[in-house]
Design a protein around this ligand. Structure first.
Ligand SMILES: NC(=O)c1ccc[n+]([C@@H]2O[C@H](COP(=O)([O-])OP(=O)(O)OC[C@H]3O[C@@H](n4cnc5c(N)ncnc54)[C@H](OP(=O)(O)O)[C@@H]3O)[C@@H](O)[C@H]2O)c1
Length: 167
């Protein structure tokens, strides 16, 4: 089973504020939906609460050390148990979808990264740990322009990149 992570981050590696996303980029959301649909998605309890409900067409796995439960999600207190659950369901590619705590803890297990580099700088309280790309190969890149309306940036420019861990 490939273990992938998918994340959107700003120029200073910022990913969230007050348990919310920092931008709204509809193309990025669509992309996220297309990539993760049909798969198991693994997240921390705080990210699940930020989303608020299980995402359709995906199997939601939530990590918690507490007694958190929610209809339609599978909760785990142990990372390996969550991985095993996905393997037992014949998952071929599991997606780690955040947040900061989970990206940092699970980074050593990640084989493939789907990164959205957003042209954004601003206040944040959740950050991705800086990635050293020297041990990764760039497999795919697509650049997206900002959406501007009435001289205002409706959504920032971003680059979508897929990276695969070197052997
Ligand atoms: N930009 C993006 O792509 C993106 C994606 C996702 C999230 N985010 C942002 O990230 C922020 C949330 O990140 P966060 O770091 O605060 O929280 P988080 O990583 O979503 O969740 C942390 C929680 O996960 C549980 N947990 C963590 N490690 C565990 C382990 N080893 N075993 C079992 N449970 C474990 C704990 O839950 P308990 O406290 O219940 O024990 C912990 O409090 C939000 O601002 C969100 O909007 C951004």
């Amino acid at each position: 089973m490939t273990i992938s992570m998918i994340v959107a981050y700003g120029k200073n590696w910022e990913i969230g504020l007050n348990n919310q996303m920092l931008w709204h980029i509809s193309e990025d959301f669509k992309n996220f939906k297309t990539i993760t649909s049909g798969h198991h998605i693994l997240m921390g309890r705080k990210t699940f609460e930020s989303i608020g409900k299980p995402l359709p067409n995906r199997t939601s796995l939530v990590l918690t050390r507490g007694d958190f439960e929610h209809e339609g999600v599978h909760t785990f207190s142990d990372v390996q148990e969550a991985f095993n659950f996905a393997r037992q369901n014949a998952e071929e590619e599991l997606f780690i979808i955040g947040g900061a705590n989970i990206y940092e803890t699970l980074f050593p297990y990640v084989d493939k990264m789907y990164l959205s580099e957003v042209d954004y700088e601003g206040e944040a309280d959740a950050y991705l740990k800086e990635i050293d790309f020297s041990t990764w190969d760039l497999a795919q890149q697509k650049d997206y322009a900002a959406v501007i309306s009435n001289d205002e940036v409706v959504s920032p420019a971003w680059k979508f990149k897929v990276w695969v861990k070197k052997d």
